[in-house]
Each structure stands twice: as structure tokens, then as C-alpha cells.
Ligand binder design. Structure first.
Ligand code: ZN
Length: 429
């Protein structure tokens, strides 16, 4: 299959591009950014020392914290006059992260994003309803830039606004929905509730920005009558969304290895994990001008999927993002990612994809309560047995005790944005 936007590169060609890009980035960052220069000097490395891809290991790591230090234009490696745009995202603490873009950066981003639409099998006839945040956020701008570059029709609605979303779906007959998984789920529920299923023309959805479970996905695929849905990855620091997308084979996410190098490290030892093992994703850009990234720690957990994909695209693959090392909570000495609880719930046909975890502390002892929803089809008679079975499964898989309660469908709070799974009310002891 020939692609207009996705290049067909073999491993060797990708490695050549990566080495050239790494050398260029080391040189560019060293000469353009006082931050990178001093960081590389501390590490005792100069741009000329980069001779092979393995030399990346000698480069310093960067973190979200480094973006705070250089606020408001951290990592800036070009004259300010060359910056044509900024985007921002909320920082976990205090100041937001702001990233700068040159025109070349914007062009690289839109080409990467066009590849995503191509990988999803869209054509210029498609109508793409974009239901993600506009403004400072990269999401709306990225989805729109990519869509226009690809040549499909953009319907830029933004997040929320349920009535307008439904109106666009029925009147403009959008064929592709771009949103968070929670938003797709919410729209699916609304389409069913209002009996609009045969009035809409959706075939595909591209969703991302939060961890999701296969069950959640099946739920919105069914409710919206989709043929396919695709998980997209991205982050503001690395242009924005569009770093990669799942393909039709639905066996991992292809990422654009000719635009950035992706390493998987053990977050404790900072050493690379064995091929195929899960760890923290670290990225290094190959041609980003305004705010290049060198070994940027994303805190996203995933793994590289070895081997070639059956779809024929030669770009390498990672698994879906399994959570963030920051979302991890420690409960009675056990490290837990919310996604692990979600995975346990997968095994229960009578439960929906919605769940919430709350952590409390009584008399110095931590308690975990897990609230889950019954599916509309499930009988209400078996709640007690179901709760016990879920608690037993959590204990078996994650080795902790929990109090599970089963709620009716739609009882847990819904959110347009990222669903907050964990309420930690343990306070400081
Ligand atoms: Zn594939």
C-alpha cells in the first residue's frame, strides 16, 4: 500500500535519520540554549561526542521540572523572533508548561498528524468532528492542522457543548469523531438515550489523552455504531497530539520514529529496560527547533512492541499508554496504577467501564473503596455476590484488600475531560 504521508522506511533508514537528527539536535541545543549547554557541560558531553545512536545514553535527562526553571519560554533554542506560536498545558504543580514553535515545527507537527488520519484510513471525503480543547491547549490546534493538511473536512466544535455536538453529528453527518475516551462514552450514551443512532454517520473515532480500558472502548464503539476506533498519543512538550496512532490491525500504536527517538527506561534506575518490557517513555526530538527535547522523561508507562506489524507500515510500535508514573498511588506499601483496577473490572461482563477509587485513612490504617457501575442489562439481584467477586479478583491480582460497591448505571460522576479515577482523602499523617 502506498501512503501519501507515511514514509516507508526500513530499520536501517530510520537509524540513519535518527543519528543525523540526534547530532543536529545536540549541536542546535548546545549552541542555542544556555540551559542545554550547561546541562551538557555538567554531564561532560559536547555535540561532537555524538557519533553513534548509543551515544544518546551519555546525554542528560530532562524533566517537566526543567520547564518550570526556564519559565515562561523554557528550552528556547532559537532567537525569539523565529517563534511563531506558543502552546501551554497545565503543570502538575503551579505554573503551566509553555512550549514554543517555529514555523518549521508547526509544519513538522501537521505532517505527523496528517499521517495519523492516513493511518486511520480516512480520505478527503471524511468529515472530522473535533471535540477537544482549543486555545492554549495543543489538542484542538493539532487535530485541526492535521486534518486540513490531510485534506478532510474539519468540524471544529471544541469540548463539551453536547447539544451542538449532536446537531453536527446528525446534520453534518460527521464520519470521524476526535475526543477523549470519556467524551466518546458520554456522547454514545446520549446518542442512545435520544434515539439518534440511525441519524448519524460516524464510522471512526480517534481518541486519546487519558488511559482507557478495552471495555470503555467497546462501549462507545457500540453506542456510536463505529467500525473502528484509534488510540492517539502525544503531549504538548513533543509538538502535541499526533506523535503516533494505532493502525487498523489494532495491535499497538505506530510512532513516527523519523521525528523522535523513543526510549523505555526503568524509572528507578534510569537504565533502559529489556526489549518489550514496560517502563517509562523517554523522548528525544530529531528536528524540533524552538524547544527541542533531549531525553525528556514523559512519566508515561508503555513498552515497545517488537517485530513488524501485520498492517505493513514499517514505523515501530508501542503499546497503549498504561498509566502515568505520577498517577501511581501507594496503598499499604503496594504501588498501584488505577489502570490495574480497570483491567480487573474488564473480566466482569455485568460491569460497565466506569469506576472510582477512594482512599481514606482510619486509625492510621489505609482503606480502599472501589465503586463500579452495573451495565444497564445486568440484573440487580446479584450485587452482593458481584462485589465480593470483584474484591476477590483485586486481591488476587493486585494483592490488596478493598471494599467494592456496585452502583446502578450512570451513578458515577461523568466528565468531559479526563475522568478522575482516584480520590485520595488520606491527608498527611
Ligand atoms: Zn500496523
Amino acid at each position: 500500500m502506498t501512503h501519501r504521508f507515511i514514509p516507508e522506511l526500513n530499520e536501517e533508514q530510520i537509524a540513519d535519520i535518527q543519528l543525523d537528527g540526534l547530532k543536529w539536535t545536540a549541536d542546535h541545543a548546545y549552541n542555542g540554549s544556555p540551559f542545554y549547554r550547561s546541562r551538557m557541560k555538567e554531564q561532560g558531553i559536547e555535540p561532537g561526542d555524538i557519533k553513534t545512536l548509543d551515544d544518546l545514553q551519555q546525554m542528560p535527562f530532562t524533566t517537566a521540572n526543567d520547564l518550570k526553571e526556564g519559565y515562561p519560554m523554557p528550552l528556547l533554542s532559537v532567537p525569539e523572533a523565529d517563534v511563531v506560536r506558543i502552546h501551554g498545558s497545565s503543570g502538575t504543580t503551579g505554573k503551566r508548561k509553555i512550549l514554543t514553535y517555529t514555523q518549521n515545527d508547526i509544519d513538522t507537527w501537521k505532517d505527523m498528524f496528517a499521517r495519523c488520519y492516513e493511518l486511520a484510513g480516512l480520505t478527503v471525503e471524511d468529515r472530522v468532528q473535533i471535540c477537544v480543547g482549543y486555545g492554549l491547549w495543543t489538542a484542538g490546534a493539532g487535530f485541526q492542522l492535521g486534518c486540513e493538511r490531510f485534506g478532510a473536512m474539519t468540524l471544529p466544535v471544541g469540548p463539551g457543548l453536547l447539544e451542538i455536538q449532536l446537531q453536527m453529528l446528525t446534520d453534518l453527518k460527521s464520519t470521524c469523531l476526535c475526543s477523549t475516551a470519556s467524551m466518546a462514552l458520554l456522547m454514545g450514551e446520549e446518542v442512545q438515550k435520544q434515539g439518534l443512532a440511525d441519524k448519524i454517520a460516524l464510522k471512526k473515532a480517534i481518541f486519546g489523552a487519558e488511559t482507557h480500558t478495552p471495555k470503555m472502548r467497546r462501549q462507545f464503539e457500540q453506542a456510536l455504531g463505529l467500525e473502528h476506533s484509534f488510540d492517539i498519543i502525544g503531549m504538548t512538550e513533543l509538538y502535541g497530539p499526533g506523535m503516533g496512532l494505532e493502525c487498523m490491525a489494532h495491535d499497538g500504536i505506530h510512532y513516527w520514529a523519523d521525528k523522535f527517538i523513543l526510549e523505555i527506561i526503568d524509572p528507578d534506575t534510569l537504565q533502559p529496560v529489556a526489549p518489550g518490557e514496560t517502563g517509562e517513555m523517554v523522548v528525544t526530538t530529531l528536528s524540533k527547533e524552538a524547544s527541542p527535547l533531549i531525553r525528556y522523561r514523559t512519566h508515561d508507562l508503555t513498552r515497545i512492541i517488537p517485530g513488524q506489524c501485520s498492517c505493513g507500515v514499517t514505523m515501530p510500535r508501542i503499546d497503549k499508554i498504561m498509566g502515568r508514573s505520577d498517577d501511581m498511588f501507594i496503598f499499604r506499601g503496594v504501588n498501584i496504577y488505577p489502570g490495574q483496577i480497570g483491567s480487573v473490572l474488564e473480566g466482569f461482563g455485568d460491569l460497565s467501564a466506569e469506576y472510582q477509587i477512594s482512599l481514606t485513612r482510619h486509625d492510621g490504617l489505609d482503606h480502599m473503596a472501589v465503586r463500579v457501575e452495573r451495565t444497564p442489562e445486568a440484573s440487580t439481584d446479584n450485587d452482593e455476590g458481584l462485589a465480593k467477586a470483584v474484591a476477590a479478583e483485586i486481591r488476587k491480582n493486585i494483592l490488596v484488600r478493598s471494599d467494592v460497591s456496585i452502583l446502578g448505571p450512570g451513578k458515577l460522576p461523568r466528565s468531559f475531560a479526563k475522568t478522575k479515577r482516584v480520590q485520595d482523602e488520606r491527608g498527611e499523617d
